[in-house]
Design a protein around this ligand. Structure first.
Ligand code: F6R
Length: 258
């Protein structure tokens, strides 16, 4: 696993964005996995800057979101379909048909989940998946206890996740979601996990240096050959090997650092 500790959010966006842009540019059928939430916003800003400058071409890329709230229509301002439209589709100037989100309202959710898995496979699989991390260690909405083999399905949100996400809602916070499984996420050819702020320090330490356990779903990244964790100083503050990660980055980097 490669761990990159950055001074601030801008640097996280620049470094992670550069890495993601390189992977997409090297792919003949680029597929980017996108996350919602606050953590990846600087990455999307960097990707949008590169598209605007002509340094990155996403005109033929496909985009797949990780998750959606159950019961929210795609045009609901709090739906992840709408969040991705606002933070990815519009800034990167891509056609909405290139952007896919799991359905939270299909009449047959399980069939829609199977279709979603199929559409990722039909697109050639995800080249690089952007991930945030919950304060409880979730990735996507794979809450603690999720199967490491799980595929896209419905999940019940933990009380902690609902509290963390209450800031986006004026009233009721959904209790359920549809999320790519941990097995689905692990099929991506590269993973880039990002976290900002001291509130994420425990989760990052558990994911990167803790035992691999369903209690911290993000710890599954330790089993991925090409996983990069890009964090700010505060999110890195509980990493025991922080100095080693800084050295590995400063000294002539051996890439890939798996
Ligand atoms: C969202 C998602 C979640 C978030 C996580 C962190 O699509 O998959 O795992 O990445 O809850 O959210 P923020 O970045 O808002 O702290």
């Amino acid at each position: 696993m490669e761990v990159i500790i950055c001074q601030n959010e801008d640097e996280v966006g620049r470094i992670a964005g550069e890495r993601i842009a390189q992977i997409l540019t090297a792919s003949s059928r680029p597929v980017l996995g996108v996350a919602t939430g606050s953590s990846p916003l600087a990455i999307y800003a960097e990707l949008a800057r590169r598209v605007k400058n002509g340094d990155l071409d996403v005109s033929k890329a496909q985009f797949f979101a990780l998750d959606e709230y159950l019961g929210l229509q795609p045009d609901d301002p709090n739906s992840y379909a709408e969040t991705i439209r606002r933070t990815v589709t519009v800034p990167l100037g891509v056609d909405p048909v290139q952007v896919h989100t799991p359905s939270g309202t299909a009449s047959d959710i399980m069939a829609a989940c199977a279709d979603y898995e199929r559409s990722i496979r039909d697109a050639g699989g995800v080249d690089v998946q952007i991930l945030g991390i919950g304060s409880n260690g979730h990735i996507g909405f794979n809450e603690p206890g999720s199967s490491f083999a799980s595929r896209t399905r419905m999940k019940t949100l933990t009380a902690r996740t609902r509290e963390d996400n209450a800031r986006f809602f004026s009233g009721f916070v959904p209790t359920h979601c549809v999320t790519q499984g941990l097995g689905t996420i692990m099929d991506a050819r590269h993973l880039v996990l990002t976290a900002l702020g001291a509130k994420k320090a425990d989760a990052i330490a558990a994911a990167v240096e803790g035992p691999v356990s369903a209690m911290c779903p993000a710890s599954i990244l330790q089993f991925h050959r090409f996983a990069t964790v890009v964090v700010d100083e505060a999110a890195a503050s509980k990493l025991q090997l922080a100095d080693y990660y800084r050295d590995a980055d400063q000294l002539e980097p051996a890439r890939p650092q798996d």
